[in-house]
Ligand binder design. Structure first.
Ligand SMILES: C[C@H](O)[C@H](O)[C@H]1CNC2=NC(N)=NC(=O)C2=N1
Length: 93
């Protein structure tokens, strides 16, 4: 899949509050009430990722979750990352 250029990414990020372009990934940090809530959200995200065959790089520390999305095969950001971020927002909201 074709990578997006900086203008295309910034335009797409207008629909993704809190997501920023950082080190060739789109990234957002989430905070939940506790570990149980964070992990419940991660489980729901994981099922969507399997369905899409597109997976996040993420780090969870107790109630915090930092998600970084990029398309490894394409070595950049593609529409798949934007679509997954939009899905994650629906799950978290
Ligand atoms: C073999 C398999 O299709 C690939 O490794 C998939 C799986 N999940 C993936 N996830 C992400 N974020 N980028 C990829 O390039 C990717 N590739």
């Amino acid at each position: 899949m074709k990578t997006m250029d900086q203008n295309e990414i910034e335009l797409a990020l207008k629909d993704l509050p809190g997501w920023i372009l950082e080190n060739r990934t789109i990234t957002k940090a989430f905070t939940f009430t506790d570990f149980k809530e964070a992990f419940a959200v991660m489980t729901r995200i994981a099922f969507e990722c399997e369905a899409k065959n597109h997976h996040p790089n993420w780090e969870n520390v107790y109630n915090s979750l930092t998600i970084k999305l990029s398309t490894h095969d394409a070595n950049g950001i593609t529409r798949k990352d934007i679509d997954l971020a939009l899905t994650i927002e629906k799950i978290v909201r």
